[in-house]
Design a protein around this ligand. Structure first.
Ligand code: B12
Ligand code: SF4
Length: 483
């Protein structure tokens, strides 16, 4: 039985994040255990991502590539921004191969499972971690026991299956990833879920409560990935330090093992302390992404998150002292774009930058399935995909979001188009300055950043500029602007 797992295109130019898809590899591992022949078709590899600028040709070739493999089961994942591509593939493949079972999964498909029935044909949508659900689906497929109606299965929580993607790794074209991304990035997990419960976050509704993998399994993965030639690892758990004791034990074991290659992860301010930060540095961690997100009281209440305070800059210095670069992320909520809140976000951004962190400002995306709904009536816009993300044309255009804006947070907004453009451009300008090499090692004055962001928001011409030049232009202009 052929089981084909497909990842739709993601980035268009940027390959620094490119890595074999961990979720699909884990599902391929289940396929192997069930005696099936699993394979992964990764349309985020550069040849496919470039083709995805030409929509019709892309769909034609992708459908042909899928059908050529004669799948008995087709599994499609997504990253939210590219869900409509997977949905169209499901529809086209169903026309050509009616006997192929179509299964959708991942955080976004799980969250919009109820409306998916109106968007494409499918046999199953799986919510949450899917290893056990997929096993049951493959067993049903082997018996040819097809559900008479599309079924929604699974849910948040559940045990984390032990095995990592060691055998399934053989079924992917690893050299293609290493050629496209010289960093040779690999994804790994030491747990799932998060001990916090922020209102905007997908994690509580998708993974449920925090679960851990056994130390032995994580170390086996690290050894295996080192032997396969990975040059850097990303621990993708939503919060590496959900439990201090487990995290410390893992860090000490990594330090004393021979499997140390540089890695990065996500962590949270309240669960960090100086000893842990120092042990992270000693264990090969080079970068930590810290979601601080809320700056003002209003944001803290709305997001159910209060990680911004004196401890924030302390945590940044613990990490910097340990040789670990912190990235501090803030969220700007476009629908409350009172000038004062934007100014306070940029002021906090400068403070965190000056304390030694890389800073990133994200625009809030009200994900379906979270407690934080959109603030007003939604309408279609693909400006966010154009301004904030690096995606090919097929990902940027989302015809389904015109009819179902509430299901597609990256292709909809509650703002008027002009306001939306200003918000996106000002946030983009601020990010470009904060990320630019010209800003590293230099103290930023928040007044300059605020004024510069406003100036760029009025510069509509910048939308016409090639995205790869955009960052450089912003940074150079800023260097001249701020004396
Ligand atoms: C790694 C990662 C990336 C990598 C992807 C590399 C790769 N090839 O995988 C990169 C950096 C490219 C990326 C980009 C983006 N990402 Co991302 N990413 C992640 C991250 C951190 C880890 C994914 C992972 O490996 N998880 C572990 C595996 C085991 O879980 P999994 O993939 O979800 O799979 C399990 C289940 O979900 C399910 N499942 C998944 N797919 C399928 C398919 C089928 C058929 C079935 C049955 C089941 C199933 O079964 C799996 C096993 O249990 C997640 C957060 C997280 N911790 O999961 C965010 C996450 C998936 N990303 C997200 C987003 C939004 C993005 C972006 C679109 C925007 C952004 N904020 O960065 C961008 C793309 C922007 C662009 N193009 O410019 C969101 C999706 C939210 C949503 N509700 O849709 C997440 C959840 C992060 C978040 N905090 O919100 N991302
Ligand atoms: S701390 Fe981060 S991962 Fe945890 S619930 Fe909040 S946003 Fe999600």
């Amino acid at each position: 039985m052929n089981v084909l797992l497909v990842n739709p295109p993601n980035h268009r130019f940027d390959t620094v994040h490119l890595a074999p898809h961990l979720g699909l590899l884990r599902l391929a591992e289940v396929g192997l255990e069930c005696g099936a022949r699993p394979s992964v078709l990764d349309l985020s590899l550069p040849n496919w991502a470039a083709l995805a600028d030409f929509e019709e040709e892309f769909y034609e070739k992708a459908v042909a590539a899928i059908c050529d493999r004669e799948p008995a089961v087709l599994g499609l994942t997504s990253m939210g921004v590219n869900s409509h591509v997977a949905i169209r593939l499901a529809t086209l493949v169903r026309d050509r191969l009616p006997s192929c079972w179509v299964v959708l999964g991942g955080p976004h498909f799980g969250a919009i499972a109820e409306v998916l029935g109106e968007l494409c044909p499918f046999d199953f949508v799986v919510r949450g971690s899917a290893e056990e659900e997929l096993r049951a689906i493959l067993q049903a497929r082997a018996r040819n026991d097809r559900p008479s109606n599309p079924a929604i299965v699974g849910g948040p929580g559940g045990p984390m299956r032990a095995l990592g993607p060691r055998e399934s790794m053989r079924s992917i074209d690893l050299p293609a990833y290493f050629a496209a991304n010289p960093v040779r990035l690999g994804l790994v997990e030491s747990g799932r879920g998060c001990v916090f419960n922020c209102s905007f976050c997908y994690s509580p509704g998708h993974f449920g409560k925090a679960v851990f993998r056994s130390l032995g399994h994580v170390m086996d993965d690290l050894k295996d990935m080192k032997e396969r030639g990975f040059g850097r690892l990303f621990f993708v758990n939503d919060n590496f330090v959900n439990n201090r004791r487990d995290a410390m034990e893992l860090l000490e074991t990594i330090e004393s093992s021979e499997s140390v290659i540089p890695w990065h992860c996500y962590a949270t301010i309240p669960t960090l302390d100086p000893k842990l930060a120092s042990q992270m540095g000693a264990s090969g961690c080079t970068d930590v992404y810290l979601g601080i997100d809320a700056v003002t009281d209003r944001q803290s209440r709305r997001y159910r998150k209060r990680f911004y305070g004196p401890r924030t800059t302390d945590a940044i210095s613990w990490l910097v002292d340990a040789g670990v670069t912190p990235t501090a992320a803030l969220i700007f909520d476009g629908s409350d774009h009172e000038e004062e809140e934007f100014d306070r976000t940029l002021t906090a951004a400068c403070e965190l930058h000056n304390a030694g962190a890389r800073v990133r400002i994200n625009l809030l995306a009200a994900y379906p399935g979270t407690d934080l709904g959109p603030n007003g009536e939604l309408r279609y816009s693909d400006l966010k995909a154009q301004v904030s993300f690096d995606v090919p044309t097929a990902v940027r255009h989302n015809p389904l979001a015109r009819r179902y804006p509430g299901a597609f947070p990256f292709h909809s907004t509650t703002e008027r188009e002009d306001d939306w453009r200003r918000i996106l451009l000002s946030v983009r300008a601020a990010n470009d300055v904060l990320h630019s090499p010209e800003s590293t090692d230099r103290t930023l004055d928040s007044r300059d950043l605020i004024e510069f962001s406003r100036l760029m928001a009025d510069n509509k011409g910048i939308l016409e500029v090639d995205k790869r030049l955009w960052t450089g232009i912003h940074a150079q202009m800023f260097a001249r602007f701020a004396r």
